[in-house]
Design a protein around this ligand. Structure first.
Ligand code: NAP
Length: 535
């Protein structure tokens, strides 16, 4: 194994720290509860139970007018879910600023009153555990935790940290670090997957999301899911609903194959909804997650195990990803961009494909023929048409290549004129600047395809071409699919053009990716149904 790259082993715990005997261990789903009053807390605990949480973390440091004996007793007795009590001080990233004796007294009280878990910070763990020596109830587990809000240390340093936590006599080890890059998460997985003790290893921030989503695969004892989006106790926590309904957490295990979309930004992508729902419907043991990647080469170097079985690729990485693949399909090579990468099971090599081309061109041809069906006359309705592509990135290259293949005459309009010229030369077309589009109307009945991200959420008021210039086009396609109806499409429709949404391209390109990911035929009706329901 390369140092820093990820290798795996399955994890079994037969005995948990608190004496709870379990068979094959499965990751627990914990909802952090932050309320100003006990009533608010109980209300939120009810919501967490309805949302599918296994336990709640009661954050005592958020309570106003805290009356330890009375409040803890009510919370323990009335909580419909097992409780983990945390009283986090400011010095460890929490809200509590008072004296340590009171804080420890409250934690000891929680333990005595029947809490299932209490959380104690590593910095004070030895002293605290000495103070309860011989008094800890059988059914209460002590989590000793450490939080690093700056970065994620090396594997060696994390291993040392885990050893220090274990040495305190903790029942459960917890450490949380911060991801500056998505590859930081691999070091945490390396620790959790090999751990011989129950361990919670989480990586905070958007780039650490994978650590929270893949806990059941990499041996995490517990992961946090919030009852509402944004109601987080640490940066990057997903919702309970997303963990259960979108990422199918309960179906995930050590053998689950990981797929994901590599991009920056990546949060807008509908791919996780589409693939995860389809995987679940057909019983395929895979999960599809968003991967916020800064450096594609580094990402592939670190996540090199067969568990990371395939990737979709979006802005701005499609061209770089092509250079990082071991082999590239001839069509993707001709286009100069890949949007689908498969790890070949026989030798682990990364093979790049371009499925954007088929998805987009089929959708435009169907639009010209007046239906979404892929059947039609044998010749392409694109033959001989003047086809204007706005953009010269990954999607632009795919559209330009596809249009040329279908014997259209291609014009590329791009913000960076040199890139337009380069692409025009490659496929045999013309290049203009994006500013020239306004007065570009050499003939009527042209096709326009926007392949820039202009008009994509959140900048939905933007459009790449003034409305008055749209009257020369008979069909306008927009690769942007969030929102489904972009300003460009709205204005094109008002100008009398047929419009084709990026959603059609999205569904078309996804059919082919799904078949490459799973080796199964794509459930096409299901895809359309999922995408219709999720807009
Ligand atoms: P990319 O490789 O990064 O290319 C982006 C292109 O957009 C470049 O030509 C760039 O021009 C241009 N651009 C970006 N911001 C611009 C701005 N503010 N003004 C003018 N031009 C701008 O990205 P990509 O992978 O091709 O994706 C482009 C868009 O297509 C994204 O919105 C993506 O979501 C969408 N897409 C949709 C599907 C689908 O299935 N519907 C599939 C693929 C992509 P420069 O060369 O001057 O930088």
């Amino acid at each position: 194994m390369r140092s820093g790259s990820l290798s795996l082993a399955s994890t079994d715990y037969l005995q948990l720290g608190g004496g709870r005997a379990m068979g094959r261990y499965s990751t627990l789903l914990c909802a952090p509860i932050m309320g100003k009053s006990v009533d608010q807390m109980l209300n939120k605990i009810g919501t967490a139970k309805a949302g599918g949480a296994d336990l709640v973390e009661v954050r005592l440091d958020y309570l106003n007018n805290f009356n330890p004996r009375q409040d803890i007793e009510i919370l323990v007795k009335q909580s419909p879910l097992p409780t983990l009590f945390t009283y986090r001080p400011k010095w460890e990233g929490g809200e509590y600023e008072g004296d340590e004796t009171k804080r420890w007294d409250a934690l000891r009280l929680a333990m005595e009153l029947g809490a299932d878990y209490i959380d104690v910070e590593l910095q004070v763990a030895n002293e605290f555990l000495n103070s309860i020596s011989g008094r800890k109830p059988e059914n209460c587990s002590i989590i000793v935790s450490s939080h690093n809000y700056q970065h994620t240390p090396s594997v060696e340093d994390i291993a040392n940290l885990v050893a220090r936590i274990q040495a305190t006599g903790a029942d459960i080890v917890k450490f949380a670090t911060t991801a500056l890059d998505i590859t930081d998460v691999a070091r945490v997985f390396q620790i959790t997957v090999h751990s011989q003790v129950p361990i919670i290893g989480l990586v905070m921030s958007e780039r650490g999301l994978m650590s929270r989503l893949l806990c059941p695969k990499f041996g995490g004892y517990l992961t946090f899911g919030t009852i509402e989006a944004g109601m987080v106790s640490a940066p990057g926590q997903p919702t309970l609903k997303d963990l259960l309904d979108l990422y199918n957490l309960r179906q995930m295990g050590p053998d689950t194959k990981v797929f994901g979309i590599i991009g920056k930004p990546v949060g807008h992508s509908k791919s996780p909804i589409l693939y995860n729902k389809a995987f679940k419907a057909v019983g395929f043991n895979g999960v599809f997650i968003p991967l916020l990647v800064d450096d594609v080469g580094k990402f592939f170097d670190v996540y090199s195990s067969p568990d990371f079985a395939g990737f979709s690729c979006t802005i701005p990485h499609k061209e770089d990803a092509l250079r990082r693949c071991d082999e590239v399909d001839p069509v993707a090579k001709a286009i100069g961009a890949v949007n689908c990468i498969i790890r070949r099971p026989s030798d682990g090599k990364l093979i790049g494909y371009n499925t954007d081309y088929i998805g987009a061109i089929t959708a435009i041809e169907s639009g010209l023929r007046g239906s979404h069906s892929t059947n039609g006359s044998s010749g392409s309705p694109l033959a001989g048409k003047l086809f204007v592509v706005i953009g010269a990135g990954g999607a632009g290259k795919a559209l330009a290549y596809g249009a040329k293949e279908k014997k259209a005459r291609v014009v590329i309009a791009n913000r960076t004129l040199d890139r337009a010229k380069e692409l025009a030369e490659l496929i045999g077309g013309e290049a203009i600047s994006i500013a020239e589009l306004e007065n570009f109307h050499p003939e009527n009945g042209m096709i326009l395809a926007n392949t820039t991200s202009i008009g994509m959420q959140p900048k939905v008021d933007e459009t790449p071409i003034p409305k008055q210039a749209l009257s020369s086009y008979s069909l306008v396609f927009d690769a942007v699919y969030t929102p489904k109806m972009t300003r460009l499409l709205r204005e094109a429709e008002e100008s009398g053009a047929t419009i084709v949404s990026g959603l059609e391209m999205f569904i078309g390109q996804a059919y082919e990716q799904y078949e490459r990911f799973t080796g199964l035929p794509a459930p096409k009706e299901l895809f359309r149904e999922i995408m219709t329901k999720n807009y």
